[in-house]
Design a protein around this ligand. Sequence first.
Ligand code: IMP
Length: 432
Amino acid sequence: MGNVVVVGSQWGDEGKGKIVDWLSERADVVVRFQGGHNAGHTLVIDGVSYKLSLLPSGVVRPGKLAIIGNGVVVDPHALVAEIERLGQQGVEVTPQNLRIAENATLILSLHRELDGLREDAASNSGTKIGTTRRGIGPAYEDKVGRRAIRMLDLANKETLPAKIDRLLTHHNALRRGLGQPEVSHETIFEELTAVSDMLVPFIEPVWRLLDQMKRKGKRILFEGAQGTLLDIDHGTYPFVTSSNTVAGQAAAGSGMGPGAVGYVLGITKAYTTRVGEGPFPTEQDNEVGQFLGEKGHEFGTVTGRQRRCGWFDAVLVRQAVAANGITGIALTKLDVLDGLDEIKVCIGYELDGKRIDYLPASQGAQARVVPVYETLEGWKDTTVGARHWGDLPAQAVKYVRQIEELIEAPVALLSTSPEREDTILVQDPFHD
Ligand code: IMP
């Protein structure tokens, strides 16, 4: 029995929240290892909805330890707000059930502003990414630029001023260039000290804690955010997020070795969606896309933006299976396809008249690929709430089997509604 890492195999919003929550019942520790509060997970437990952005999904379960790893970018004010929001719903988040890596990077107000300024400027030139405007990209830039302020700096008021000055030397030069007023040292100092007392008790060298947990044989669940096609290296660059979203990052983003990442579960929606700009070969900007969007409630949890919708793209998911080393997939939202006469699946692309079986890395080629479809028979009966294969219409089973064959990975879990119990278990990732 090993650990499990959960990743998105498409452009995010595959329904990871429910699966992570479902798996967290079997885990001792749940770890976030990349991204920040650009993620949005909705959990439905006994009819109550919990909306999480930065906190690991396991936090709503009593007796589980939630960890924010070093690979995450943390907006301290958003974190405090999320902790308070959960508190109002009766979920207490304390240092007993949440630990944050001392070396995690902070997102400051100037990152959020810069994200928005760039997006606004890019809107006029048509080069917008369509980010969540949460400051994710600018914060990772500072991390890689070796000038970031990190969680541990909140606990050290003597060294904090010099770090703020160093950061502002860079940012104020940038802001002057963008015609923006400079940010004062006091503004950032106050912004950070306003939350430091609240957050310092959560700080810890989490790599050590995880090492101890591993030695004790505790089960660790790594909770990925976004999806493989938003990965900074493997995604549809530049229309991506600023972190590695693939399974390998679970090790680097938490301070464990690659051997700690056991079963890789790829969360996969039965069709495809994307928020923000960028290529999307199987997009259906027509009544099919509208049907999927309405039936699947495809609106962003974080920004409320309408998601673009399209047919299942087996080429992209097969690529994600390779990039992550996916052991098995959790197929979600199959019920959204109920009632369609026929369903298309993309099985290859044509690029400049040639057939290819992968998405090329070049932006130009990504925009030019034309999907090649296979058409399958739809089904009229409902799949909502199915808990056994026998509850599914024959055509739905055929659709699932066809997906398995095309992506070259088995279905380990099949989710048939947002409710936790409406899940068909084929293979328990913790007992593989
Ligand atoms: P950023 O992560 O805010 O920089 O946004 C970069 C791209 O990633 C944009 O296309 C966003 O819409 C997308 N994105 C970021 N987080 C999520 C997510 O949790 N689900 C889906 N798309 C996301």
